[in-house]
Design a protein around this ligand. Structure first.
Ligand code: CMP
Length: 423
């Protein structure tokens, strides 16, 4: 709880300061057009913003103290200075009170640097929605720019008699939007050189913005569901390959079914490939999380300690078999054993007719060849789609050397099964 508070409060404060900076950015151009806004109407908001900015200077100093407690006040100031204290102090000057509505108010806009910094920090933290955030932040800057361009247009045009401030703003906004979106109805046209130059500039700006938005929206749509995109890419490559090599239709159908199953069970990503890049502590945590249900379903693991479960979970690799697949063939050399996470397998005698047993979730097989060092004793077939975990021989030997109790249980099971087999 304390941790959440620690992260939440600074965030809320930064958000509040950003709201203040946004209000400034909206208010300043309005105040600079003398005929548009009566200075009194913005007075209390100006006071609020000044107070907020002064408080922000104090908060930032306090935060530096929290980050490195015990620092001397001089060092703290020096650190803040390097971190942009000048911007905060200048933006906090009560310019409204000192100079009235004047270009000095533009100093307030320095605080937008903090908004940009906050946006940058958010994008760094929320990587998975980074593109959406980028577009949202872009829209923010775009709206501010539209407001400024609208105010610029108002300042260049003479006010028509009897038109109130709201209508003037709305008409200028209409001109700005039609020009920036390159719609340009032509019903509002420049009447002098300044307005013509201004219009040309806004048109050029509009074309750039348009391209940026279209490009970003396309990227965002492509990234909304990366897992689906990966799956579709895989399927397209596969279809092209199957068509190119003219695989039989039946085989093509089986391949499609296999990928369909991977998609349905959320196995499209190659886990080991992705986990490899993580530091070992995180890798263990993610692996245990992903395999928790399975580990809990294996009776062999019930009494085993945490250390064993961690070791074995890290070594087991997921594999999928389709209905009817031969997982093990009698007489082959044993290189691995399997644990069943989902599905069922049939253990059949080498003659292929007698079914020794049907094993389901939580069972394991393929241990006899590893424990007794003999060829495979039976055939094992997948009855339906099977999600298995494979433990190869080297890992099996290494892991069990450290856990003699578990090794004894597996050995005992191998001998029981072998005794049951008539061959
Ligand atoms: P392995 O001999 O390595 O390969 C075939 C596997 O089938 C074997 O290990 C056992 O895990 C499993 N198996 C063999 N006989 C039986 C049985 N009677 N009941 C259950 N499983 C068996």
């Amino acid at each position: 709880m304390a941790k959440i508070k620690e992260g939440l409060l600074p965030n809320l404060w930064d958000l509040l300061v950003s709201v203040g900076a946004t209000c400034s950015a909206l208010l300043v151009p309005l105040e600079l057009i003398p005929t548009l806004l009566k200075p009194v109407s913005a007075g209390s908001l100006e006071w609020f913003i000044t107070t907020l900015y002064i408080a922000d200077v104090v908060v930032r100093l306090y935060r530096l103290d929290r980050k490195a407690p015990g620092r001397r006040p001089g060092d703290r100031l020096a650190a803040y200075w390097r971190g942009g204290m000048l911007i905060d102090v200048v933006a906090a000057l009560p310019v409204h009170l000192l100079f009235g509505p004047s270009p000095w108010q533009l100093l307030r806009l320095l605080k937008l640097v903090r908004v940009a910094q906050l946006m940058h920090a958010w994008r760094q933290r929320r990587v998975q929605r980074s593109n959406v955030l980028r577009l949202a932040f872009f829209v923010y800057w775009l709206l501010l720019s539209v407001h400024w361009i609208t105010c610029g247009w108002i300042s260049l045009r003479d006010a028509a008699v009897g038109v109130d401030a709201g209508t003037r703003y709305l008409q200028a906004l209409y001109w700005c939007v039609t020009t920036m979106t390159t719609v340009g109805y032509g019903d509002v046209t420049p009447v002098d050189n300044a307005q013509t130059l201004y219009s040309i500039w806004v048109m050029i700006l509009g074309v750039g913005v348009y391209g940026y938005v279209i490009g970003n929206v396309a990227t965002i749509l492509g990234n909304i569901d990366p897992a689906r995109a990966t799956y579709l890419r895989q399927m397209e490559r596969l279809s092209a390959f199957m068509h190119y090599r003219r695989l039989p239709m039946l085989l093509q159908g089986r391949i499609r079914d296999y990928y369909g199953y991977l998609w349905e069970k959320r196995l499209v990503y190659d886990e080991s490939d992705i986990l490899r890049d993580l530091p070992s502590s995180l890798r263990t945590e993610v692996t245990l999380y992903l395999k928790r249900d399975f580990i809990e379903s294996v009776p062999l693991f019930q009494g085993a300690g945490d250390a064993f479960i961690r070791d074995v979970a890290l070594e087991m690799k997921p594999v999928v078999f389709m209905p009817g697949d031969a997982i093990i063939r009698a007489g082959e050399r044993g290189r691995e054993m399997f644990f069943i996470s989902r599905g069922a397998v049939e253990v059949r005698a080498p003659n292929g007719r007698t079914v020794y047993d049907t094993l389901t979730e939580g069972d394991f097989f393929g241990e006899i060849a590893l424990v007794l060092g003999r060829p495979r004793s039976a055939d094992v077939y997948a009855v339906d789609y099977c999600d298995l975990y494979r433990l190869d021989k080297a890992m099996f030997d290494r892991t069990l050397a450290h856990y003699p109790d578990i090794a004894a249980q597996i050995q005992q099971r191998a001998q029981e099964r072998q005794r049951r087999d008539p061959t």
